[in-house]
Design a binder for this molecule. Structure first.
Ligand code: B12
Length: 451
């Protein structure tokens, strides 16, 4: 039996408590393993938050031959802790870790003897090949499994990465293994409930220097076909009662023709759902907006990052404030709700740059606005630069808290608090929120402590 699991949330995440969203990546891997005839158990401890002792009890009961653990840089320490606990009660099982952090820093995982190997990037095929290998007791053939890193005489060996060409061959994620009561199944951007997540696009054409999604999905953008996406939505509506979809992943509209085809098919199938997606502000046009809106899209989330042209240049965002302003004007004219995320705390950023970001946020006037604090994590060139230049005053589990003459984490927290408070507390915004969400929901939000 194969056990797939996530780790508990980090004790003190610099980003606060995360939304309770199913680990979609692991459910894809579970589906491929089940399709190959392997019995799979699932333990989502990111939302479950079970203690180490409870995890040990569960593992002892399940006696897995192979355990797969998902890991981000934020949960690195928890991942290692979980691997040690699993090996303590199931010493003969094989432990494979995967996800963003192991993909960017496999050595940091393999320094722990409890971890047998790492999958870098897309995991479906690599995990199936590893399980087949372990089952056949042919561990020595691990050098032939693409995207895997392993120890050899104390050295880390990284096999070249490979990616699935035709994503439609990947079975629907094994959502039947999830205990749905663990999850929020709602998102601010949609009134409909329950909301579930789907992955449609893998990859990103941009070269932002603070991100390394390419290390996960390769240099090209690949997508699930419109027919496949609609079939999966119909399956979710039938099996989970899904009323809303959050399409996770970057660049939903990267291929305009395919997006329009998908919207037309959604309408043809009379899918009674609302949906939201993330995309780039340079990937929007009026006709596309109208197609998306008529197919049930309520809100689009744009990662803009800064309102300062020099910072946009510094992070190689590949977008201009003029492009962004044009897109938000189009969305307003077509009554498409918008959400935006900005980052505060890029090395070289001054108080004036942050003010520009705040003013720009006011100017584009999104329905939702997030000012996130930039914490550098491994796998991107900006991270290496910050480490080399010593532009940080704290390094926790590879997360670097940036410090420059202009700011540190504590001053950024204060700026973030001020920006969110003055941005959301303007009479115009409170009125818009009341119209959109109604007095009861708004009252509840203002009275409940911020996540
Ligand atoms: C959706 C998303 C979110 C959502 C939901 C997160 C969730 N719980 O699912 C939200 C918005 C909440 C979120 C928040 C954050 N996110 Co986020 N997020 C993403 C995003 C865009 C898609 C993730 C996803 O679902 N992908 C689709 C599924 C199918 O892929 P997957 O989960 O990666 O799994 C595949 C592989 O990774 C691998 N794999 C994964 N697990 C395992 C396990 C095993 C055993 C194996 C073998 C393989 C394997 O195989 C899977 C199938 O191919 C990614 C970027 C991206 N495009 O991938 C960033 C990303 C994961 N996030 C990132 C970060 C840093 C954050 C934040 C911490 C910071 C921030 N401000 O953004 C916050 C955290 C908030 C918090 N409080 O903790 C980073 C992580 C980097 C790192 N080094 O850890 C990423 C990679 C973005 C980036 N630009 O670098 N995020």
């Amino acid at each position: 039996m194969i056990l797939l699991m996530t780790t508990p949330q980090p004790a003190n995440s610099p980003w606060g408590a995360a939304n309770k969203i199913p680990p979609l990546g692991l459910t894809y891997i579970a589906a491929v393993l089940e399709q190959a005839g392997y019995p799979v158990s699932f333990l989502d401890n990111y939302s479950g938050n079970r203690s180490v002792e409870e995890v040990k009890l569960e593992v002892r009961k399940l006696a897995p031959e192979v355990v797969g653990i998902g890991c981000t840089s934020n949960t690195y320490k928890r991942c290692v802790e979980t691997a040690k606990a699993v090996k303590e009660v199931a010493p003969n099982c094989k432990i494979v870790v995967g996800g963003p952090h192991p993909s960017f820093m496999p050595e940091s995982m393999l320094q722990h003897p409890e971890i047998d190997c790492v999958v870098m990037g897309e995991g479906e095929r690599a995990m199936l090949e590893l399980v087949n290998l372990f089952k056949a007791r042919k561990d020595e053939d691990i050098s032939n499994v693409a995207s895997v890193a392993y120890r050899n005489n104390g050295q880390t060996v990284k096999n070249p990465q490979s990616f699935i060409k035709d994503l439609d061959k990947v079975p629907f994620p094994a959502r039947h293994l999830l205990s749905m009561k663990l999850y929020d199944r709602e998102i601010d951007y949609l009134a409909a409930k329950p909301v579930d997540t789907m992955n449609v696009i893998r990859g990103c054409p941009y070269n932002c220097n603070w991100c390394n999604v390419k290390g996960l999905w390769g240099n090209s953008c690949r997508a699930f076909g419109p027919e496949r996406v609609v079939a999966e939505i119909e399956h979710m509506v039938q099996t989970l009662g899904t009323k809303g979809i959050y399409f996770v992943g970057d660049n939903f509209t990267i291929n305009k023709e395919r997006t329009i085809q998908l919207c037309k098919l959604m309408k043809e199938h009379k899918l009674d759902i609302e949906w939201t997606c993330d995309t780039g502000a340079d990937q929007i046009s009026r006709d596309l907006l109208r197609e998306m809106k008529s197919a049930g899209c309520k809100t689009i989330w744009f990662g803009v990052e800064s309102g300062s042209p020099s910072i946009l240049k510094k992070i190689n965002r590949g977008l201009t404030v003029e492009q962004v302003a044009r897109t938000f004007k189009l969305c307003r004219e077509e009554s498409m709700q918008t959400a935006v995320s900005f980052m505060l705390g890029i090395p070289g950023e001054t108080a004036d740059d942050m003010k520009s970001t705040f003013k720009f946020a006011r100017k584009i006037d999104p329905d939702w606005c997030h000012f996130n604090i930039f914490i550098a994590y491994p796998g991107c060139c900006l991270y290496d630069e910050i480490i080399q230049k010593g532009q940080y005053d704290r390094l926790e589990d590879f997360l670097a808290y940036v410090k420059t003459d202009d700011f540190n984490y504590e001053s950024l927290l204060e700026t973030q608090r001020r920006f969110h408070s003055s941005f959301n507390k303007s009479p115009k915004r409170i009125m818009r929120k009341l119209e959109r969400e109604g007095p009861i929901k708004v009252m509840k939000q203002y009275l409940s402590p911020r996540r």
